[in-house]
Write a protein that binds this ligand. Structure first.
Ligand code: KET
Length: 452
């Protein structure tokens, strides 16, 4: 047997000795043993059926599956309004200019290396992300009460935060709005929380069911976790007003409900990063604790870089330190440590005043183009005399319009017009352009006048 670093010796530790014994045991196996064990294995080659033969075909994801179906459609007039991903007037994905510049800087810097990041990610990115969402003058940052860890975009931040709460928070129930982003219930269930809903949207007014929301949160057990969309609620495009946020805050704090903000669209609702962060900052200003998951997918167009952050605002600096130590224990066995490239791009942009300002302009331009699409679609329906009240198209906020079209109507529009959207009638306004608005308006007009 070959010697190795785990060979037992009088100076080795008990754990080294255990590993050494295990290795000896494994390598002591004879060739004959190995051959017979390979053929005895149900996973080996041969004539038997697959051990996975019982699997049923899983359905596609309700949102990402729309793109899969769209990609298969050979029609030249097809239109993908499914996934919330920004497109230009030409219908092309957009890499922001500031992102190109930041990447150039990174490439030119020969001192950059590809070592592992720490478990919590890129330190500078974490600091700047906390500042971006909580505000440069945030008392919580000043008092060192915030711990921020880089995670795999918004989804990863929600997942890590969910698992942290499941392990260490006294309440295991999270209330999510009804409706919400379809991945929320799956993320939190797999993180180990139990998921319940609170009323949020009123289909009859196509607005906020504020009364229902207050009643449901008022009836939630003391200390429950509450998932809140920081801005540009997905899929409804309906946000509380600041006055309503203040009432929500008071109610939640009076019952010790733990806010968990999902901020996937900072800057996309109003066009201003600070305005869109106001609800979160109201909850920080009262000195209470909260979690926030940030994503740079939409506002920096870094979808595939998977860059985001989880911040936990605590009441005291020493608590924040211990929270961070526990977050590391969640992250390390999940994916060890996060990727370096996306976080480096964000850090370059956030640290440089000129690049930051340029980013805010590009972000505002994306938000403005979406607002202009809302106006154009609304006008197109009005000019066609399409029955119904379509003012919600211009009232709703953010990337999506929650049209009110039902699954049968959506299916009709996909079949006859090659327009792809989620079956709940949500359309990504960011996927529209002046050229495609008439096609969508024709389809909506046809479907509502046909009584599908
Ligand atoms: N939260 C919300 C509310 C959200 O809409 C998304 C993505 C995410 C988090 C996660 O994004 P990430 O890429 O992990 O940072 N929503 C769009 C894309 C998707 O479904 O994955 C969407 O609704 O189309």
């Amino acid at each position: 047997m070959k010697t190795n670093q785990f060979s037992s010796s009088s100076s080795s530790s008990p754990s080294d000795r255990r590993i050494g014994a295990l290795l000896r045991h494994l390598t002591a196996e004879t060739d004959a043993d190995r051959v017979s064990s390979v053929f005895a294995s149900p996973t080996s080659g041969g004539t038997g059926g697959s051990v996975f033969a019982h699997l049923v075909q899983a359905p596609e994801d309700p949102i990402l599956g729309v793109t899969v179906a769209y990609n298969k459609d050979p029609s030249p007039i097809k239109l993908n309004l499914g996934v919330g991903a920004y497109r230009t007037e030409e219908g092309k994905p957009l890499v922001l200019n500031v992102v190109r510049k930041a990447e150039q800087q990174l490439v030119n810097d020969r001192s950059r290396i590809k070592e592992y990041l720490p478990i919590v990610g890129l330190g500078e990115f974490n600091k700047l992300s906390a500042k971006l969402i909580l505000g440069a003058d945030s008392p919580a940052i000043r008092e060192n009460r915030v711990t921020t860890v880089e995670c795999l975009s918004g989804t990863g931040s929600l997942r890590v935060g969910g698992e942290f709460l499941a392990r260490h928070y006294h309440q295991k129930t999270i209330y999510i709005p009804q409706p919400t982003w379809g991945n929320h219930p799956k993320i939190f269930t797999l993180a180990g929380l139990s998921v319940k809903t609170y009323r949020y949207y009123d289909p009859s007014t196509r607005g906020l069911n504020f009364q229902g929301l207050l009643e449901d949160l008022g009836a939630a057990p003391q200390g429950s976790i509450v998932l809140l969309h920081a801005c540009a609620h997905n899929p409804t495009g309906v946000d509380p007003t600041l006055e309503q946020w203040e009432q929500i805050r008071k109610l939640m704090r009076s019952k010790g409900l733990m806010p968990f903000f999902d901020s996937a669209y900072q800057g996309f609702a109003s066009g201003s990063l600070d305005t869109d962060a106001k609800p979160i900052r109201m909850f920080v200003a009262d000195g209470g604790e909260l979690l926030v998951a940030q994503s740079y997918a939409k506002n920096m167009g870094l979808y595939g870089e998977r860059v985001g952050a989880l911040s936990i605002v605590c009441k005291a600096a020493d608590v924040a330190g211990r929270v961070e130590s526990q977050l590391k224990l969640v992250i390390r066995p999940m994916y060890s440590n996060p990727p370096i490239h996306g976080a480096s791009i964000v850090a370059v942009i956030l640290r440089d005043r000129n690049l930051f300002n340029e980013w805010t302009l590009e972000l505002k331009a994306m938000a403005d183009r979406i607002i202009s699409m809302r106006k154009q679609l609304f006008e197109a329906l009005r000019s066609r005399g399409t029955p119904g009240d379509w003012t919600h198209i211009i009232k709703q906020i953010g990337m999506f319009t929650f049209t009110g079209l039902n699954p049968a109507q959506v299916a009709f529009m996909t079949k006859e017009y090659h327009i792809y959207m989620t079956s709940d009638g949500r359309i990504s306004m960011a996927g529209l352009s002046s050229k495609t608005v008439p096609h969508l308006a024709d389809a909506i007009h046809a479907v509502v006048t046909k009584a599908v």
